[in-house]
Design a protein around this ligand. Structure first.
Ligand SMILES: [Zn+2]
Length: 486
């Protein structure tokens, strides 16, 4: 048990032999069909597929798991998937669900979605793995918005779409050499088409809306879409016998996986998980820039490296993220196609793990309403990094403070305030301090202090109520020495 604890606490994924002692409990689904479904998120991570689809599949008698890993790793027999596995409970009562390498399950059907042609590609190895999966009897449901587009919008899909691996020829159609996107092998209906490939079956769905109803949908509409989903998964699974047996699949439970990305970059205080099909600019960002950002933050804010690194998941597609604090190890998911946004989120999350210098007793110096490692603190480090990589050189547009606090004297930070405004004001104050004293000063105001039997009055720093300068990135001095009043 000690080995298990030291392994996960150091940010490592438990090796297969160790992970095997902590299996997930078998999934219980209604009217179990024994059909195993992999829901692929590695080519676009949408909340509706990550958190919405598994429950719907389970209610229809299918067993499912979501996956952020590149498809060839997950579909190759004998390889391993990174899953959360149940270990025990922490002292605070929260569950410890460590990462462990678990033998790849077998699947009858893969469902994959891509609605943004700029999202992460299907690698040649992934296409080959899917091709052989299907030819050997597997079912593949491709939700591909390209199929449903007008002719002039199709160019973006010509190379990107997974459907091209299964005979859909965007280029001939766009060039007018073919008057249909789908050749004679396809059984075509307006929104959902299908064909047999080898022993297996491929279904093309032109939009996720065909199989997914949102919360506003009427009961009737929702039931109709459930019926469509059931029919296409059942048909797709028809080329192979249901896997059956126990499905010990890790479920997301508000986190990101399922199956987590297969690659990792280990940094001070953080481990980043990412799939091999990540975009070249994001891969370069992860491998080259994140270590630099980590070094900069630790140089500006000397802090003990936390025992338990934070886990960051680079998900596919754009537009959001998630955070897990309900169980251990904690994780942060980033869904961003933009490197600047990624750097900012990374700096923010790393900032949350950095407490600053300790005194001789090993304690941190200060605390305030927002928490010593709270949101304003994390946002400040995010601001420093954003100012390096983006065109906006300000500290989080902190001079906007004057829009709601004209003289910077109205918004009282000793009282509870609207968070966004309080953060902006804090960033403005800290930036003013950075402007005047350089990056060394990180102390809050002390009015007086007892020193060797005498009370020393400490004057207010003479800061002008005026716009702050840009974010600063110069190295800090010796923070253990007093700062002269300037
Ligand atoms: Zn935060």
């Amino acid at each position: 048990m000690k080995l298990v604890e030291s392994t996960w606490k150091s940010g490592q994924t438990l090796p297969p032999q160790l992970a095997a002692h902590f299996p997930n409990s078998p999934l219980k689904v209604n009217n179990d069909t024994g059909i195993n479904v992999l829901v692929d998120l590695a080519h676009q991570c949408a909340f509706a597929t990550m958190w919405g689809l598994p429950g719907k599949l389970h209610s229809l008698g299918f067993r499912s798991i979501v996956s952020h890993a590149s498809l060839d790793t997950v579909l190759t027999p004998g390889k391993f998937s990174r899953m959360r596995i149940p270990i025990s409970k922490a002292d605070d009562g929260k569950a410890i669900r460590a990462f462990g390498w678990v033998p790849n399950p077998r699947f009858n059907v893969v469902i994959t979605l891509q609605s943004d042609p700029n999202a992460q590609s299907y690698l040649p190895e992934e296409r080959a793995a899917l091709d052989s999966f299907v030819k050997n009897g597997g079912g593949l449901v491709i939700v591909d918005n390209g199929i449903g587009r007008q002719k002039k919008q199709l160019a973006a899909w010509a190379d990107q779409s997974l459907a091209t691996t299964f005979g859909v020829d965007f280029k001939s159609f766009i060039a007018g050499k073919s008057n249909t996107l789908l050749g004679p092998a396809w059984q075509v209906t307006p929104a959902i088409s299908r064909r047999v490939v080898g022993k297996g079956r491929v279904v093309l769905v032109s939009s996720f809306k065909e199989i997914e109803s949102d919360k506003k949908a009427s009961k009737q509409e929702a039931a109709a879409k459930q019926a469509v989903l059931k029919e296409i998964v059942t048909w797709a699974a028809g080329g192979s016998a249901p896997v059956g047996g126990e499905a010990r699949f890790s479920q997301t439970q508000g986190g990101g996986g399922g199956i987590y990305p297969e690659l990792e970059e280990r940094l001070k205080g953080a481990v980043v998980y990412y799939a091999r099909n990540q975009k070249a600019n994001l891969l370069q960002a992860v491998r080259q820039e994140l270590p630099k950002i980590t070094d900069s933050l630790y140089a500006w804010l000397p802090s003990p490296v936390p025992q338990e690194p934070m886990v960051i998941i680079l998900a596919a597609g754009g537009g959001g993220g998630w955070a897990v604090n309900a169980f251990y190890p904690k994780e942060t998911g980033v869904i961003s196609l933009d490197t600047v946004g990624l750097f900012g989120v990374f700096a923010h999350e790393l900032g949350h793990t950095m407490s600053g210098p300790r005194n001789a007793k090993g304690e941190t110096a200060a605390n305030w309403f927002d928490g010593n490692q709270g949101e304003a603190h994390a946002g400040w480090w995010q601001g420093k990094i954003l100012a390096i990589y983006s065109k906006n050189k300000s500290m989080r547009d902190c001079n906007d403070v004057f829009k709601f606090d004209k003289n910077a004297a109205e918004l009282d930070l000793t009282q509870k305030q609207e968070k966004g405004k309080a953060w902006k004001k804090l960033w403005w104050i800290w930036q003013k301090l950075d402007d005047r004293y350089g990056t060394t000063l990180t102390r809050s105001r002390l009015e007086r202090i007892a020193f060797q039997g005498k009370t020393i009055e400490l004057p207010v720093a003479p800061l002008q109520v005026s716009p702050a300068g840009n974010a600063r990135h110069d190295p800090i001095g010796d923070y253990t020495k007093p700062v002269p009043l300037r």
